[in-house]
Write a new protein. Structure first.
Length: 629
């Protein structure tokens, strides 16, 4: 921890400028002289403003809570405070209208960071925050946030103690442990989620289901192959059965040839019968002509015979009346008889010819009838040929059926081979799924291994979370501090009140939540002249405050570099009787051995002679100045 060397201020509140050394100044009385008011010699001079400038310069806060532009002196634009520290550190804080500024230098090099980080660095250099500062270094006038003040919250009291005890590192450790524990919780949750996710992915692959489907597919393939093979056997049997029913095509072909030959003969017989019929018809015509000639000759003969017969009983010609036995008539009769003879010969010849023609015609007809009888076998032959052709067609059909059945059987046999050669589509999926599942199971094993490690790590972290939690080491430190605070406060009260006032500090642990969490509360008890909890007077309470602050200062001194070599007391003597003031001055003179600088603000100039040095704040025309007394 660095030490404070000096405080400088410009245009801060009522001061135009002042510089106050802070290191090894001894026991210094700080009084006031307000020359702007006849009613007050010291009040309103600006004494407390010096301590205000100190806390504002370091922390940007004041005991009276004054903020913003109120710290700027009237008529000026900027308030400025400079705090010089050892190791060449320098804090510069300014307040312009509506604009706060803060710088931290080491030598000429600026510590560059945002404002919050700069303030954190200043707190580290000083070794305490504002609450700790006001309870161990600065006793402020009418400070209602002191450690024993009833208005001070338990949280603020514990914050002061924790800062003095430097338990910030425990809070940091607690935060780190919580963060690490939370990170482990998230990592464990992520691993558990990973295990659930990967397990779900394994279940998605459903190896047993795939294997069952594969077995079902194999059974289906076997069933299909057997069905196809059975169908092929049925087709072969059918082809054989059909083949047995098929007539002999060669025999049928021979029969066709024989029928065709017979049909050809029938055709020829028909043709010959037709020719014979034609010849018979021609002969019939000739017969008719011959019979006509015969009939004509016969008729002529009959006519001539009739005429001759008629002339045979007469001697004279009926026509010409000439004698029939001579002359022309006889010649004519002779001619007629010759004609009869000729005509009879003609008629006989015609008859003979007609008979011959008739006989030839009858012969032709008989021959034609014989041919037609032969030709009449053509119908039966044709029907028989049709039946044979139908048998041939049936044989062809059967042959086609046999061929189709054989081809179908061949295709079925090929189908059986194809079915047996089919690759099981599930084998690749199963192999792929097995590889993926194997990988997932390895991932799960690895995740479970990590999960066990993380669970062990988390158990350790939870131990440290509890250990560094407010209910852990900080609580233990608070518990261990209470006897020391009690002893030191009573030590100072022995000098301040002759033992009439006794104080006791302790921690009470109470249940904080239904989760079983506890918190510590600092309990402050006192007895006045043997009566516990007796309401103290103003002077008695001031002694209790001073004793407590000094006890806190001693507690801070127990820590390495835990306290500043500075004590600032504002009106700690006022309101007390002469004995009380003497006791406090005697106490301060004793503290001088452990504190290099003690500033005491007081209205009573009569006590100044008990101090090593004296300073006066003089206010004139609204401007305060710090001067040696």
């Amino acid at each position: 921890m660095t030490e404070l060397l000096a405080l400088s201020a410009e245009d801060f509140c009522c001061f135009e400028a002042f510089t106050l050394p802070l290191l090894r100044q001894g026991l210094v009385w700080l009084g006031g002289d307000n020359q702007d008011s006849d009613a007050a010699e010291s009040n309103g001079s600006g004494k407390s403003t010096i301590f205000k400038a100190l806390s504002w310069g370091i922390y940007g806060e004041t005991i009276d809570g004054e903020k913003g532009d109120k710290v700027i002196r009237n008529g000026t634009k900027c308030a400025r405070v400079v705090i010089r520290m050892t190791e060449d550190w320098r804090v510069i804080r300014e307040r312009r209208k509506g604009s706060p500024r803060l710088w931290l230098y080491r030598g000429e090099e600026e510590y560059k960071a945002d404002k919050a980080d700069v303030q954190t660095k200043i707190n580290e250099l000083v070794g305490m925050d504002f609450r700790s500062f006001r309870n161990t270094v600065l006793y402020g006038q009418r400070d209602r946030s002191r450690f024993v003040d009833p208005s001070t919250s338990d949280a603020d009291r514990k914050r002061v103690l924790h800062h003095i005890l430097r338990t910030e590192v425990l809070r940091t450790c607690h935060d780190i442990a919580k963060k690490r524990n939370l990170a482990l919780v998230h990592e464990i949750a992520d691993l558990e989620e990973q295990i659930r996710t990967v397990t779900a992915r394994i279940e998605e692959h459903d190896l047993e289901g795939l294997r069952e489907e594969s077995r079902a597919w194999e059974e289906s393939r076997q069933s299909r192959a057997e069905a196809a093979a059975g169908h092929a056997r049925a087709l072969v049997a059918r082809a054989k059965e059909i083949g047995r029913e098929a007539p002999d095509k060669k025999e049928l072909a021979k029969r066709i040839e024989e029928i065709d030959r017979k049909l050809l003969l029938c055709e020829r017989a028909t043709e010959k019968a037709d020719r014979l019929r034609d010849e018979a018809d021609r002969l019939a015509t000739e017969l008719s002509e011959a019979r006509g000639v015969e009939y004509a000759a016969g008729a002529a003969v009959s006519d001539l015979e009739a005429r001759l017969a008629a002339l045979g009983g007469s001697e004279r010609c009926p026509t010409c009346n000439s004698p029939l036995g001579k002359g022309e008539a006889a010649a004519h009769i002779h001619e007629m008889e010759g004609e009869v003879f000729r005509l009879n010969g003609k008629a006989e010849a015609a008859k003979d010819r007609a008979n011959a023609i008739e006989a030839a015609a009858d012969e032709k007809r008989e021959a034609a009838d014989a041919m037609e009888r032969k030709a009449r076998a053509k119908f039966e032959l044709t029907r028989e040929r049709g039946r044979v052709e139908m048998a041939i067609a049936r044989a062809e059909t059967i042959s086609t059926l046999v061929k189709d059945a054989s081809e179908a059987a061949r295709l079925k046999i090929a189908e059986v081979k194809e079915i047996k050669a089919e690759a099981n589509p599930y084998e690749t999926r199963i192999a792929k799924a097995v590889a993926i599942v194997k990988k997932h199971r390895a991932t799960i094993r690895d995740a479970r291994g990590k999960l066990r490690e993380k669970a062990t790590d988390r158990a350790h972290e939870e131990f440290w979370v509890k250990g560094f939690s407010p209910a852990g080491l900080p609580s233990f430190l608070l518990d261990s501090t209470m006897p020391y605070l009690t002893e030191r406060a009573n030590h100072y009260l022995d000098g301040l009140a002759d033992g009439d006032i006794q104080m006791g500090f302790s921690t009470q642990r109470e249940l904080k939540s239904a989760k079983g969490e506890y918190r510590d509360e600092i309990d402050i008890r006192w007895t006045i002249e043997g009566v516990e909890g007796y309401p103290p007077s103003g002077g008695q309470f001031k002694k209790m405050e001073i004793a407590t602050d000094l006890a806190l200062m001693d507690l801070a001194a127990t820590r390495e570099g835990g306290h500043l070599d500075l004590l600032c007391l504002d009106e700690c003597l006022d309101g007390l009787d002469s004995e009380g003031r003497s006791r406090i001055i005697h106490l301060l003179q004793g503290l001088r051995k452990s504190r290099g600088t003690i500033y005491v603000i007081s209205h009573d100039p009569g006590v100044a002679e008990a101090f090593e040095r004296a300073l006066v704040v003089t206010k004139r025309d609204g401007i305060a100045r710090l001067e040696a007394a």
